[in-house]
Design a protein around this ligand. Structure first.
Ligand code: NCD
Length: 310
């Protein structure tokens, strides 16, 4: 099992299956309203140097559900990083206060620097445009729950595939399971970066890429929409060129998609999924946020090596 969760690239199929197995157990415990004290002697530090709602709160909720304690930085401006402290130094310090650290930072190198500063587990909760592996584990768990399988799936990843970190991690995880096919749907300027495609090639992953979603949507079992990542663009004008490129509507679903297509989104949504879709049975994005609790409980328990007696 992994020591830290930095990149989904490091995960094996067995790792992902184990995380899903533990998440399913966590879900049962939560349903029974059982008092869980698995991590009652542990402290999680959440260090968020970039904005977050879901990820930080769900890691903290997951830790509380496991009986653990949480210390937190949710505002970059309140940390010594504003005084010029490096990530390495910050983590050398925080490791003395906590048993496990979940961290979000705009610098893709940050979680690697953090991991080199401590033997305690680091969870990469988003490193700039690069990766977001705990979201991708939540996503594959959601696919299992919605579709009954994690293999033999045709998944369309739509939108900002250049800067959207969740899709980078999710592509790695999808490529672990047999017969999955990914269709990357994006404007040319926001296509899946070469470095990830090269990794997928090394794994002989099955994928295709197009700008035209009309031709791709009918094949999809799962449509995974993403937000155009405004904060990564050089200018507002540049962002505005792409922000309305793909907007999923009820009409498009009725005309183009399979009846039982599953619609996912890591959230936050801006305008890429029209809100009247929310009540359709196909809309899985709010269930996806619910699934993040048992999955993040599983990640915490696995990294702290506390799953033996579950
Ligand atoms: C995503 C992120 O932060 O990368 N949000 C999340 O954690 N669920 C997606 C996004 O911000 O678009």
């Amino acid at each position: 099992m992994f020591r830290s969760l930095i990149s989904a690239k490091d995960l094996t199929q067995e790792d992902v299956e184990k995380a899903i197995e533990i998440a399913l157990k966590m879900e049962e415990l939560l349903k029974d309203n059982a008092e869980i004290d698995l991590l009652s002697d542990k402290i999680l530090a959440t260090l968020f140097f970039e904005p977050s709602t879901r990820t930080r709160l769900s890691f903290e909720a997951a830790m509380h559900r496991l009986g653990g304690k949480v210390i937190s930085v949710s505002d970059k401006g309140s940390t010594s990083s504003t005084k010029g402290e490096t990530i390495y130094d910050s983590i050398r310090v925080v490791q003395n206060y906590a048993d496990i650290i979940a961290m979000r930072h705009s610098d893709p190198e940050a979680p690697y620097a953090a991991d080199s500063a401590t033997m305690k587990p680091i969870i990469n909760a988003g490193n700039g445009h690069d990766e977001h592996p705990s979201q991708a584990l939540t996503d594959i768990f959601t696919m299992l729950k919605e579709k009954g399988r994690t293999d033999n799936l045709h998944v369309a990843l739509v939108g900002d595939l250049k800067y959207g970190r969740t899709v980078h991690s999710l592509a790695y995880i999808l490529s672990l399971f047999p017969k999955n096919h990914i269709t990357f749907i994006s404007p040319k300027a926001l296509e899946m970066p070469k470095e990830y495609l090269e990794d997928l090639d090394k794994r002989s992953a099955s994928y295709s890429a197009t700008e035209d979603w009309d031709s791709a949507l009918p094949h999809a079992d799962v449509i995974y929409m993403t937000r155009v990542q405004q904060e990564r663009f050089e200018s507002k004008k540049e962002y505005e060129k792409y922000k309305d490129h793909y907007i999923l509507s009820k009409e498009i679903i009725a005309e183009k998609c399979q009846n039982d297509v599953t619609i996912m989104h890591p959230l936050p949504r801006v305008n890429e999924i029209q809100t009247d879709i929310d009540d359709m049975p196909n809309a899985a994005y709010f269930r996806q946020t619910e699934n993040s609790i048992p999955m993040r409980m599983a990640i915490l328990a696995l990294l702290l090596d506390k799953t033996a007696h579950l």
